[in-house]
Structures are given as C-alpha cells and as structure tokens.
Design a protein around this ligand. Structure first.
Ligand code: PLP
Length: 391
C-alpha cells in the first residue's frame, strides 16, 4: 500500500546525518567504551525534587486527561516567566503547552504554512529542521551562513531567499554552532520578516545557556510580537529531556488555532508532567543556572585545551551545550574526521555536515560528559587532528 509522500519524504531522501552516532551506539552495544560527545543530553538527570513533584502529582490523581492547552497555572507560570525575561506582557492566552520543543516546532510550522508553501531555515541547522518543515507539507529552503561571520545570518542572505516564503525558523542560542545572535543580527532578521511578510518561528530552547552577551528574544523587537511564534522547552533548562514538556508563545489568535490542532494531534501533555514543570519553574533562576553550570565550566576547559595550537579552531562558544570546531586545517571533511576519531580513539563527535552544507569541515562537540573525561577526549581529538595535517 502506498504511503503519503509527506511522510515518506520527511528526510528528503538523503541520509539523516546520524551515521557516526549510530555507529558509536553499535560499538557501545558490542561492549566497547566510547566517549560520546554527540547528542544534546545532560550528564545529570532531572533533579530529585522535580521527580518528587511529578510523583506526588501522579499519586494525587493527576493521571487523567489534562486540559489540552495546558493547565492554566502552568500556562500562567510560563507567561509570567516570558513577561519577566522579555518585558513583553504575555498572558496564559498566548501560551500552548506542548510535548517538548520538537512538537512545538511541528505545530508552529503547521500553523503558518499551507501545503506547498516555502519555509526558510538557517544552515547550519538543528537536525530535525528541514524534516519538520517537510512533515507539514511545506518546502524547506536553507539560508546558508558562513563560519567567517560565526554563522550569524545577514539581512542580504535572508532577503535573497525570502521571495514567496511564508516563514523563517531561527535558533538562538544556536545548536549546532554555539552562536548567540547579536542585536544587529536580530534586527536584520526582523527587517527581513517585516519586508517579506514572514512569520518568524524562534526556537529559544537554549535561552538559559548563554555564556557571552545576552539572549534577546526577537519577539521583543518593534513590530515582531504579532508575527513571532516562540518555541520553548523544559528539556535543556531543567534537564527534563525525557519528560517532553515545552510551549509555544504567540499571538492569541494563533494560539487558539494551535489549541485546536493539539486537540486533534497530541491531546495535551500528561498532567503530572505539567505539575512537575510548574514546580520546576517555581524553583527560580538558581536551578536553571545550576543545570547550565557544567556547560559553562566545560566551555572554559575547551578554550583551555585548544589554546596554543591552530589545527582545531573553535568558533565562538557563546551559548548552548556545544562547541563547533573548525578542522579544515587537517584537510579532512567533518565526516571523515569524525569516523576516523571514532575508529582510532573511540570518541564520537558529530560531523558538521550532519547540520548542513555551511558546517562542512567542522565537527560539533557536545560538552556532555564529566570534566575529566571531557578534557582527556578533547586532548586526544587535538592530537588526532595534528597527526592528520598534510606535511
Ligand atoms: N530545538 C533545538 C535547537 C534542539 O537542539 C532541540 C533538542 O536537542 C530541540 C529543539 C527539541 O527539544 P525538545 O523537544 O526536547 O524540547
């Protein structure tokens, strides 16, 4: 029986870019010790107090169908957090609770793209972006950025692709590049969106992990509140990746329709998970800083290990839990480098090519193992790179 092209074409027919990751997982299953610096998963688990709140909520009976838009008190807590952080007055009616940020990205594109519309995204990109766009029946069009501008998109690059497009998806702090978009970049994005009448889908799931500069939500910029859907998540900020809880923040009319979409797709998020999320948000910024602290520490360790050599060059690590490293001095592609490093030293990193053409000749290192293992792996990575520099 024939399946829809929408579902069979989600990966666009190409590889999903996760070959090195799958190979590393196979080696681990075979009993080989591999240092995994691949996916964006904390090396700590969800805090026991949050699990306690989750358990208490479940035992108290919050295990039935929860309100589809999200329980009002959690929507209010998310709205209050956004108001406090951005200054844009935000109410529960502007918030839909989603099963994680990924479901938010899918729903947001569903809300703004018709079948066959063009949706823009920035290359390098988080692995699911083009597939998410294709999953709603839209056409994914990349805006290619450059390592020379630390992968910050320019107005010219966006405008050159914007004709006829419906939306633009951005991510700051950025996975995979570690960039935090500057005010200048965000103003350029806002200008392009307004001139080309684009919806902006702003993925801000790393908003608590900023090491350099400040996170600015583009929803705060003049004329942007009404055309921006912000995607947020508890995954990265509270080490709650497995709980699947996040949100979309946007204009009330869009949220009303997104609630209808949720009624016909997810039917909401488990009540006890929402209660735990509300508890976690109630713990304040200190908890978020504690979850982010290991990455800030390992960022310093990264810069320390990489100093005094120029074969492995870090792009500015301004935010998120990744270091994007330029390994072009080795003459290897990111793919060959990552495969070679896995074979030689049992260290798994992501090839830049997994995240689009712009990151070719780079690798992405997730700073997600304990400090001593992390430093040892990075030192081996540098030695491996140095041994491959053409004589
Ligand atoms: N957006 C970005 C940029 C990510 O890196 C991730 C996860 O790694 C997500 C969204 C999805 O996160 P979640 O669905 O766990 O909230």
């Amino acid at each position: 029986m024939e399946l829809s092209t929408r579902i069979t074409n989600i990966t666009g027919g190409g590889s999903d870019g996760w070959g090195v990751f799958y190979r590393a997982r196979r080696m681990i299953r075979e009993g080989i010790k591999v240092t995994e610096l691949t996916i964006g998963e904390h090396d700590i688990r969800t805090h026991p107090d949050i699990l306690g709140a989750m358990h208490a909520a479940a035992v108290a009976g919050h295990t039935g169908y929860a309100e589809v838009p999200g329980i009002l008190s959690l929507r209010e807590a998310v709205a209050a957090r956004i108001t406090e952080r951005t200054g844009v007055v935000t109410k529960a009616a502007n918030i839909l609770i989603t099963p994680g940020g990924q479901a938010g990205l899918f729903a947001a594109h569903n809300a703004v793209c018709n079948q066959g519309d063009t949706a823009l995204f920035i290359d390098p990109y988080y692995a699911t972006y083009p597939g998410t766009i294709r999953a709603v029946g839209a056409e994914a069009r990349a805006i290619v950025t450059s390592p020379d501008t630390a992968f910050q998109p320019t107005y010219e690059a966006i405008a050159a692709q914007a004709t006829g497009a419906k939306s633009l998806l951005i991510n700051t702090p950025n996975n995979p590049t570690g960039a935090v978009y500057s005010t200048e970049t965000l103003n350029a994005i806002a200008r392009a969106c307004k001139e080309h009448d684009l919806w902006l889908i702003s993925d801000e799931v790393y908003d608590t992990q900023v090491w350099d500069g400040a996170h600015i939500s583009p929803r705060t910029l003049p004329g942007m509140t009404e055309r921006t859907l912000v995607v947020g998540s508890m995954s990265k900020s509270h080490a709650m990746t497995g709980s699947r809880v996040g949100w979309i923040c946007g204009p009330e009319e869009a949220i009303t329709h997104l609630i209808t979409l949720a009624t016909h797709t997810t039917y909401g998020v488990a009540g006890y998970i929402q209660d735990a999320a509300e508890f976690a948000l109630g713990q304040g910024q200190q908890v978020e800083e504690a979850v982010a602290a290991p990455f800030l520490r390992r960022r310093a360790l990264t810069l320390d290990v990489l100093k005094g050599q120029n074969v492995v060059r870090p792009l500015p690590i301004q935010g998120a839990m990744y270091a994007m490293l330029d390994i072009r001095a080795t003459g290897l592609s990111g793919e060959d480098f990552a495969n070679g490093l896995l074979d030689a030293h049992h260290i798994a990193v992501m090839p830049g090519e997994s995240f689009g053409s712009a990151a070719a000749g780079h690798i992405r290192v997730a700073m997600t193992v304990d400090d001593a293992d992390y430093v040892a792996a990075l030192q081996q990575l540098v030695a491996f790179a140095q041994s491959h520099v053409p004589k």
